[in-house]
Design a protein around this ligand. Sequence first.
Ligand code: NDP
Ligand code: 8X3
Length: 260
Amino acid sequence: MIRPWVLISGASSGFGEASARLLAEEGWNLLLTSRRHARLNAVAEVCRASGAEVHVASWDIRNRKETQEGVHALMTEADIHQNRTGLTLTALVNNAGLAVGKGPFDAGLDEDWDRMIDTNVKGLLFLARACVPFMTSGSRMVNMGSIAGKQVYTGGNVYCASKHAVDALSQAMRIDLVDRGIGVSQICPGAAETEFSTVRFKGDQAAADEVYRGFDPLLAQDIAEAVSFVLSRPPHVCINDMIIMPAAQASAHHLHKKDS
Ligand code: NDP
Ligand code: 8X3
Protein backbone atom coordinates (compact mmCIF):
# COMPACT_ATOMS: atom_id res chain seq x y z
CA MET A 1 0.00 0.00 0.00
CA ILE A 2 1.25 3.50 -0.86
CA ARG A 3 0.97 5.73 2.20
CA PRO A 4 -0.35 9.23 1.41
CA TRP A 5 1.42 12.31 2.82
CA VAL A 6 -0.06 14.80 5.28
CA LEU A 7 1.59 17.95 6.62
CA ILE A 8 0.45 18.89 10.13
CA SER A 9 1.26 22.23 11.78
CA GLY A 10 1.25 22.58 15.55
CA ALA A 11 2.23 18.92 15.82
CA SER A 12 4.23 19.31 19.03
CA SER A 13 1.16 19.17 21.31
CA GLY A 14 -2.61 19.05 21.59
CA PHE A 15 -4.72 18.47 18.47
CA GLY A 16 -1.72 18.39 16.13
CA GLU A 17 0.14 15.76 18.11
CA ALA A 18 -2.97 13.59 18.54
CA SER A 19 -3.75 13.89 14.81
CA ALA A 20 -0.19 12.88 13.92
CA ARG A 21 -0.34 9.80 16.11
CA LEU A 22 -3.75 8.71 14.81
CA LEU A 23 -3.02 9.35 11.13
CA ALA A 24 0.27 7.44 11.44
CA GLU A 25 -1.67 4.47 12.81
CA GLU A 26 -4.14 4.81 9.93
CA GLY A 27 -1.50 4.56 7.21
CA TRP A 28 -0.32 8.10 6.50
CA ASN A 29 3.23 9.38 6.12
CA LEU A 30 3.82 12.61 8.00
CA LEU A 31 5.48 16.00 7.65
CA LEU A 32 5.37 17.66 11.06
CA THR A 33 6.08 21.23 12.05
CA SER A 34 5.95 23.59 15.04
CA ARG A 35 8.61 25.64 16.83
CA ARG A 36 9.70 23.16 19.56
CA HIS A 37 12.04 20.76 17.78
CA ALA A 38 12.62 18.30 20.64
CA ARG A 39 8.88 17.88 21.13
CA LEU A 40 8.39 17.29 17.39
CA ASN A 41 11.11 14.64 17.39
CA ALA A 42 9.43 12.84 20.29
CA VAL A 43 6.09 12.83 18.43
CA ALA A 44 7.86 11.64 15.27
CA GLU A 45 9.41 8.68 17.10
CA VAL A 46 6.00 7.49 18.30
CA CYS A 47 4.58 7.86 14.77
CA ARG A 48 7.49 5.94 13.21
CA ALA A 49 6.74 3.08 15.60
CA SER A 50 3.34 2.88 13.86
CA GLY A 51 5.09 2.37 10.52
CA ALA A 52 4.95 5.94 9.18
CA GLU A 53 7.76 7.71 7.42
CA VAL A 54 8.08 11.04 9.25
CA HIS A 55 10.05 14.22 8.58
CA VAL A 56 10.11 17.16 10.95
CA ALA A 57 11.13 20.80 10.60
CA SER A 58 10.81 23.61 13.13
CA TRP A 59 9.99 27.17 12.28
CA ASP A 60 7.68 29.96 13.35
CA ILE A 61 4.69 30.12 11.00
CA ARG A 62 4.48 33.87 11.58
CA ASN A 63 7.57 34.12 9.40
CA ARG A 64 6.54 34.16 5.72
CA LYS A 65 9.96 33.25 4.30
CA GLU A 66 10.66 30.49 6.82
CA THR A 67 7.24 28.99 6.12
CA GLN A 68 7.81 28.97 2.37
CA GLU A 69 11.30 27.49 2.76
CA GLY A 70 10.23 25.06 5.50
CA VAL A 71 7.51 23.49 3.36
CA HIS A 72 9.90 23.18 0.41
CA ALA A 73 12.56 21.60 2.63
CA LEU A 74 10.10 19.04 4.01
CA MET A 75 8.77 18.14 0.57
CA THR A 76 12.32 17.84 -0.81
CA GLU A 77 13.43 15.66 2.09
CA ALA A 78 10.44 13.36 1.60
CA ASP A 79 11.11 13.25 -2.18
CA ILE A 80 14.77 12.37 -1.66
CA HIS A 81 13.94 9.73 0.88
CA GLN A 82 11.39 8.15 -1.48
CA ASN A 83 13.92 8.39 -4.32
CA ARG A 84 11.52 10.28 -6.57
CA THR A 85 10.40 13.79 -7.38
CA GLY A 86 7.01 15.42 -7.49
CA LEU A 87 5.56 13.93 -4.32
CA THR A 88 1.94 14.96 -3.78
CA LEU A 89 0.71 16.42 -0.52
CA THR A 90 -2.59 14.61 -0.04
CA ALA A 91 -3.55 16.64 3.03
CA LEU A 92 -2.67 19.71 5.07
CA VAL A 93 -3.86 20.01 8.67
CA ASN A 94 -3.51 23.76 9.20
CA ASN A 95 -3.77 23.58 12.97
CA ALA A 96 -1.10 25.72 14.69
CA GLY A 97 -2.61 28.58 16.65
CA LEU A 98 -3.08 30.12 20.04
CA ALA A 99 -4.90 32.56 22.30
CA VAL A 100 -2.87 34.96 24.40
CA GLY A 101 -4.66 36.78 27.22
CA LYS A 102 -8.36 37.18 28.00
CA GLY A 103 -9.93 40.49 29.02
CA PRO A 104 -11.46 43.72 27.71
CA PHE A 105 -10.04 44.82 24.37
CA ASP A 106 -9.07 48.26 25.72
CA ALA A 107 -6.82 46.59 28.27
CA GLY A 108 -5.26 44.41 25.53
CA LEU A 109 -1.53 44.29 24.90
CA ASP A 110 -0.07 45.00 21.45
CA GLU A 111 2.22 42.00 21.71
CA ASP A 112 -0.68 39.63 22.48
CA TRP A 113 -2.74 40.98 19.57
CA ASP A 114 0.21 40.61 17.20
CA ARG A 115 0.88 37.04 18.32
CA MET A 116 -2.74 35.96 17.77
CA ILE A 117 -3.32 37.71 14.45
CA ASP A 118 0.09 36.86 13.03
CA THR A 119 -0.16 33.19 14.01
CA ASN A 120 -3.84 32.36 13.59
CA VAL A 121 -4.54 34.41 10.46
CA LYS A 122 -1.33 35.21 8.60
CA GLY A 123 0.46 32.01 9.65
CA LEU A 124 -2.48 29.91 8.47
CA LEU A 125 -2.46 31.80 5.15
CA PHE A 126 1.33 31.52 4.69
CA LEU A 127 1.20 27.76 5.29
CA ALA A 128 -1.79 27.18 3.01
CA ARG A 129 -0.20 29.16 0.18
CA ALA A 130 3.11 27.34 0.55
CA CYS A 131 1.41 23.92 0.48
CA VAL A 132 -1.07 24.35 -2.39
CA PRO A 133 1.57 23.95 -5.17
CA PHE A 134 2.25 20.44 -3.82
CA MET A 135 -1.44 19.51 -3.74
CA THR A 136 -3.46 18.07 -6.58
CA SER A 137 -7.03 17.13 -7.38
CA GLY A 138 -8.26 15.00 -4.48
CA SER A 139 -6.03 16.69 -1.89
CA ARG A 140 -7.69 18.15 1.20
CA MET A 141 -6.97 21.03 3.55
CA VAL A 142 -8.31 21.09 7.12
CA ASN A 143 -8.24 24.46 8.88
CA MET A 144 -8.52 24.47 12.68
CA GLY A 145 -11.21 26.99 13.53
CA SER A 146 -13.06 27.25 16.83
CA ILE A 147 -16.42 27.93 18.42
CA ALA A 148 -14.68 31.31 18.91
CA GLY A 149 -14.93 31.70 15.13
CA LYS A 150 -18.70 31.30 15.29
CA GLN A 151 -19.56 33.24 18.46
CA VAL A 152 -17.89 36.01 20.44
CA TYR A 153 -17.54 35.67 24.21
CA THR A 154 -16.50 37.94 27.07
CA GLY A 155 -12.79 38.67 27.00
CA GLY A 156 -12.30 36.82 23.72
CA ASN A 157 -12.24 39.85 21.38
CA VAL A 158 -9.04 39.48 19.33
CA TYR A 159 -8.82 35.68 19.58
CA CYS A 160 -12.48 35.46 18.45
CA ALA A 161 -11.74 37.88 15.60
CA SER A 162 -8.80 35.77 14.48
CA LYS A 163 -10.93 32.61 14.45
CA HIS A 164 -13.76 34.44 12.64
CA ALA A 165 -11.08 35.19 10.05
CA VAL A 166 -10.27 31.48 9.83
CA ASP A 167 -13.99 30.83 9.26
CA ALA A 168 -14.06 33.38 6.43
CA LEU A 169 -10.78 32.17 4.92
CA SER A 170 -11.94 28.56 4.98
CA GLN A 171 -14.99 29.54 2.91
CA ALA A 172 -12.87 31.67 0.58
CA MET A 173 -10.20 28.99 0.11
CA ARG A 174 -12.92 26.45 -0.70
CA ILE A 175 -14.17 28.74 -3.47
CA ASP A 176 -10.65 29.47 -4.78
CA LEU A 177 -9.61 25.80 -4.87
CA VAL A 178 -12.81 24.08 -6.00
CA ASP A 179 -11.86 24.07 -9.69
CA ARG A 180 -8.56 22.42 -8.82
CA GLY A 181 -10.38 19.62 -6.96
CA ILE A 182 -8.82 20.51 -3.60
CA GLY A 183 -11.31 20.27 -0.75
CA VAL A 184 -11.23 22.70 2.18
CA SER A 185 -12.74 21.80 5.54
CA GLN A 186 -12.94 23.60 8.86
CA ILE A 187 -13.15 21.95 12.28
CA CYS A 188 -14.47 24.15 15.10
CA PRO A 189 -13.97 22.72 18.59
CA GLY A 190 -15.34 24.05 21.85
CA ALA A 191 -13.39 23.78 25.11
CA ALA A 192 -10.66 21.15 24.84
CA GLU A 193 -8.04 20.41 27.47
CA THR A 194 -4.67 20.78 25.77
CA GLU A 195 -1.86 23.28 26.37
CA PHE A 196 -4.18 25.95 24.93
CA SER A 197 -5.18 27.57 28.24
CA THR A 198 -1.67 27.32 29.72
CA VAL A 199 -0.49 29.36 26.72
CA ARG A 200 -3.47 31.74 26.94
CA PHE A 201 -2.76 32.49 30.63
CA LYS A 202 0.99 32.71 30.02
CA GLY A 203 1.97 29.75 32.18
CA ASP A 204 -0.50 30.34 35.03
CA GLN A 205 -1.46 26.68 35.45
CA ALA A 206 -4.04 27.35 38.18
CA ALA A 207 -5.92 29.71 35.82
CA ALA A 208 -5.67 27.15 33.03
CA ASP A 209 -6.94 24.30 35.23
CA GLU A 210 -9.89 26.44 36.34
CA VAL A 211 -11.15 26.60 32.74
CA TYR A 212 -11.74 22.83 32.72
CA ARG A 213 -12.93 22.40 36.31
CA GLY A 214 -16.44 20.97 36.88
CA PHE A 215 -17.10 19.41 33.46
CA ASP A 216 -15.59 16.96 31.00
CA PRO A 217 -13.84 18.96 28.29
CA LEU A 218 -13.01 17.62 24.83
CA LEU A 219 -9.75 15.68 24.56
CA ALA A 220 -7.19 16.09 21.80
CA GLN A 221 -8.09 12.58 20.63
CA ASP A 222 -11.69 13.70 19.97
CA ILE A 223 -10.44 16.28 17.48
CA ALA A 224 -7.90 13.89 15.96
CA GLU A 225 -10.78 11.53 15.22
CA ALA A 226 -12.65 14.38 13.51
CA VAL A 227 -9.56 15.15 11.40
CA SER A 228 -9.33 11.49 10.48
CA PHE A 229 -13.03 11.40 9.52
CA VAL A 230 -12.72 14.48 7.30
CA LEU A 231 -9.65 13.07 5.56
CA SER A 232 -11.15 9.64 4.99
CA ARG A 233 -14.32 10.72 3.13
CA PRO A 234 -14.69 9.36 -0.41
CA PRO A 235 -13.50 11.70 -3.20
CA HIS A 236 -17.00 13.02 -4.01
CA VAL A 237 -17.56 14.23 -0.41
CA CYS A 238 -16.20 17.33 1.32
CA ILE A 239 -17.06 18.07 4.95
CA ASN A 240 -17.18 21.86 4.80
CA ASP A 241 -17.58 22.65 8.48
CA MET A 242 -17.77 20.75 11.74
CA ILE A 243 -18.61 22.18 15.19
CA ILE A 244 -17.65 19.83 18.03
CA MET A 245 -18.47 20.71 21.62
CA PRO A 246 -18.13 19.03 25.01
CA ALA A 247 -21.53 17.60 25.97
CA ALA A 248 -21.60 20.09 28.88
CA GLN A 249 -21.06 23.12 26.60
CA ALA A 250 -24.18 24.29 24.74
CA SER A 251 -22.54 27.39 23.23
CA ALA A 252 -19.56 29.65 23.78
CA HIS A 253 -21.70 31.24 26.55
CA HIS A 254 -23.34 28.20 28.13
CA LEU A 255 -21.15 25.81 30.06
CA HIS A 256 -22.78 23.53 32.61
CA LYS A 257 -20.33 23.04 35.47
CA LYS A 258 -21.16 20.47 38.13
CA ASP A 259 -20.85 22.89 41.05
CA SER A 260 -22.59 25.84 39.37
P1 NDP B 1 -1.72 23.54 21.98
O1 NDP B 1 -1.20 24.76 22.68
O2 NDP B 1 -1.65 22.24 22.69
O3 NDP B 1 -1.06 23.41 20.55
C1 NDP B 1 -0.81 24.53 19.75
C2 NDP B 1 0.21 24.14 18.70
O4 NDP B 1 0.44 25.27 17.84
C3 NDP B 1 1.54 23.75 19.30
O5 NDP B 1 2.02 22.60 18.64
C4 NDP B 1 2.44 24.93 19.01
O6 NDP B 1 3.77 24.49 18.82
C5 NDP B 1 1.85 25.45 17.69
N1 NDP B 1 2.17 26.85 17.46
C6 NDP B 1 1.75 27.93 18.18
N2 NDP B 1 2.28 29.04 17.69
C7 NDP B 1 3.09 28.68 16.65
C8 NDP B 1 3.93 29.40 15.76
N3 NDP B 1 4.06 30.74 15.83
N4 NDP B 1 4.62 28.72 14.81
C9 NDP B 1 4.48 27.37 14.72
N5 NDP B 1 3.71 26.64 15.54
C10 NDP B 1 3.02 27.29 16.50
O7 NDP B 1 -3.26 23.90 21.66
P2 NDP B 1 -4.37 23.12 20.82
O8 NDP B 1 -3.91 21.82 20.33
O9 NDP B 1 -5.60 23.17 21.65
O10 NDP B 1 -4.56 24.15 19.63
C11 NDP B 1 -4.48 23.79 18.27
C12 NDP B 1 -5.43 24.68 17.49
O11 NDP B 1 -6.76 24.46 17.92
C13 NDP B 1 -5.19 26.18 17.63
O12 NDP B 1 -5.36 26.78 16.36
C14 NDP B 1 -6.29 26.63 18.59
O13 NDP B 1 -6.64 27.98 18.41
C15 NDP B 1 -7.40 25.70 18.18
N6 NDP B 1 -8.47 25.46 19.14
C16 NDP B 1 -8.22 25.03 20.41
C17 NDP B 1 -9.26 24.76 21.28
C18 NDP B 1 -9.04 24.34 22.69
O14 NDP B 1 -9.98 24.54 23.52
N7 NDP B 1 -7.93 23.72 23.04
C19 NDP B 1 -10.65 24.87 20.84
C20 NDP B 1 -10.80 25.36 19.50
C21 NDP B 1 -9.75 25.59 18.68
P3 NDP B 1 5.10 25.21 19.35
O15 NDP B 1 4.76 25.90 20.63
O16 NDP B 1 6.05 24.08 19.48
O17 NDP B 1 5.43 26.15 18.23
C1 8X3 C 1 -10.68 27.63 21.93
C2 8X3 C 1 -12.01 27.44 22.56
O1 8X3 C 1 -13.93 28.64 23.72
O2 8X3 C 1 -11.70 29.02 24.59
O3 8X3 C 1 -10.79 28.12 20.64
O4 8X3 C 1 -12.35 29.98 22.51
S1 8X3 C 1 -12.53 28.84 23.39
